[in-house]
Design a binder for this molecule. Structure first.
Ligand SMILES: CC(C)(COP(=O)(O)OP(=O)(O)OC[C@H]1O[C@@H](n2cnc3c(N)ncnc32)[C@H](O)[C@@H]1OP(=O)(O)O)[C@@H](O)C(=O)NCCC(=O)NCCS
Length: 212
């Protein structure tokens, strides 16, 4: 299968938003809000447009990755800019064929070139350990409340960067959007049934789990 990774263009925006809705619908909650996040992210000051990529197979967009800037701050108050991706998604019909891996690997190389010391994400460890992501606990990176959520994952790009300090991850304010705005935005898309799925239980357990 030939996977082409190329920069996202403005013409891709509606396709990527529809794709994101398709990939996340009912997965982590009834319905989803990731397509709204994509929509508002691109005009946010923390968006990193040079790291917005799509994956094409047979001329169709089947995957997307978007990054924002994030920061880690240590106990001395030193603040360093890092990169965070998400949403990352692949159309359900094209999953488990290497598209997600291609998007991560392609952009990871660019993040390294741009001099970022690390990529930090909030995600499911199952998807990211094989890409070299480690739990924040092992690298001394916690969330703002001082906890080490299971989903706080760190890919150290500059070896030893985190050593000797305790760090807190600050993600972009764009992730803290008002959920009430999602409904109106979602009305632009074809109606779809919101329903409960076991994957939502798993996600609920994940977001409440911390590493001791
Ligand atoms: C998570 C997601 C982006 C991964 O994308 P993907 O294209 O399926 O990822 P890959 O194909 O590179 O890897 C997925 C699995 O397929 C396997 N795989 C990759 N190519 C394969 C192939 N040719 N044949 C068989 N298996 C393959 C990988 O080893 C991996 O296995 P694992 O789950 O046991 O580790 C995608 O599943 C998705 O969009 N999910 C819904 C949205 C989501 O959850 N996004 C992430 C938020 S945390």
């Amino acid at each position: 299968m030939n996977i082409c990774i190329r920069p996202e263009t403005p013409a891709d925006h509606p396709i990527v938003e529809a794709l994101t809705r398709e990939a996340f619908w009912n997965l982590y909650r009834p319905g989803c809000d990731e397509h709204y996040l994509v929509h508002v992210m691109r005009s946010h000051e923390d968006f990193l447009p040079e790291l917005a990529f799509v994956a094409e197979v047979e001329g169709q967009i089947v995957g997307s990755i978007l990054y924002t800037r994030s920061w880690v701050v240590n106990e001395l108050g030193e603040k360093v800019e890092t990169a965070t991706f998400g949403p990352l998604c692949v159309h359900p019909a094209w999953q488990r064929r290497g598209v997600g891996t291609a998007l991560i690997e392609h952009t990871k190389a660019l993040v390294v070139q741009q001099g970022y010391p690390a990529i930090l994400i909030l995600g499911d460890p199952h998807n990211y350990c094989r890409h070299g992501f480690r739990t924040g606990k092992d690298l001394g990176v916690c969330s703002l409340d001082g906890k080490f959520p299971l989903g706080l994952l760190v890919l150290e790009l500059r070896p030893g960067f985190f050593a000797g300090h305790q760090w807190k991850l600050h993600t972009s304010a764009v992730y803290g959007f008002d959920p009430a705005l999602v409904e109106a935005y979602d009305a632009r898309f074809p109606a779809r049934e919101k329903k409960h799925q076991p994957s939502q239980e798993l996600f609920s357990m994940l977001v409440r789990s911390v590493v001791e």
